[in-house]
Design a protein around this ligand. Structure first.
Ligand code: AP5
Ligand code: MG
Ligand code: ZN
Length: 222
């Protein structure tokens, strides 16, 4: 069992790399952003509370996301290990995660920080779109489907763009990242769990670097 965190600013490539790790190693991708968007789409109580906060690019309350993760980690598919994508995002969430894992006799094997320059994030976010059927991520500039308008993975022909993927909201998301989330880099460094990869390289090169790090962690099988 291997449990890891992917850490990085909006658009760094957390979701992209999490999907690849999941396909390669069978670890489950736990994206609080995806879970919250699903809750918004389903119109649940959590979704109603999160919708406007997310559209402003601010962070949803610790209480909500800790609740979501705590419940999700108990599901049987997490036994094989999980990739936290977009959680924790505040020191309070990191502390809560420590307590939560200890109580469930689970642990963290490593934290992979994906480093990307701020200017590159704008282009990545502005060009992002996703297959509506299977969730595969694409980019107008960096990763177009092989056949225009058709998903490489599932053949789907419908794609969606996120409501918060505009330049104005991105500024707010970046601010939230530097204010609330960036301190986690030092936090996990001090715990001896931090591994940083160069996220400026192309997607395959970043994957290779992530694989190299995973190879150094206990419990990950090829
Ligand atoms: P969330 O969904 O987590 O958004 P985010 O952190 O802003 O990150 P993104 O999903 O935008 O980026 P990513 O790193 O996954 O990049 P991707 O792989 O898609 O959160 C959304 C909102 O939900 C938050 O703002 C907040 O309101 C709320 N929320 C979620 N979790 C929360 C929490 N724990 N606490 C409180 N609130 C929470 O890649 C981006 C694009 O770049 C894609 O088009 C991709 O194809 C392309 N790309 C990827 N890698 C490369 C590369 N190496 N080179 C070129 N292009 C690349
Ligand atoms: Mg993401
Ligand atoms: Zn698809």
């Amino acid at each position: 069992m291997t449990n890891i965190i992917l850490l990085g600013p909006p658009g760094a490539g957390k979701g992209t790399q999490a999907r690849r790790i999941s396909e390669r190693h069978g670890l489950v991708q736990l994206s609080t952003g995806d879970m919250l968007r699903a809750a918004v789409a389903a119109g649940t109580e959590v979704g109603l509370r999160a919708k406007e906060v997310m559209e402003r690019g601010e962070l949803v309350s610790d209480e909500i996301v800790i609740g979501i993760i705590s419940e999700r980690i108990d599901a049987p598919d997490c036994e094989k290990g999980f990739i936290l994508d977009g959680f924790p995002r505040t020191l309070a969430q990191a502390d809560a995660l420590d307590r939560l894992l200890a109580a469930k006799s689970k642990w963290l094997d490593g934290v992979i920080e994906i480093r990307v320059d701020d200017e590159a994030l704008v282009a990545r976010i502005a060009g992002r779109f996703t297959c509506a059927k299977c969730g595969e991520g694409y980019n107008d500039t960096f990763k177009r489907p092989k056949v225009d308008g058709v998903c490489d993975k599932c053949g789907g022909t419908e794609f969606s763009r996120r409501a918060d993927d505009n330049e104005e909201t991105l500024r707010a998301r970046l601010l939230a990242y530097y204010k609330e989330t960036a301190p986690l880099i030092g936090y996990y460094y001090a715990k001896g769990l931090l591994h940083s990869v160069d996220g400026m390289a192309d997607i395959d090169a970043v994957s290779a670097e992530v694989e190299r790090v995973l190879g150094t962690l206990a419990g990950v099988s090829g």
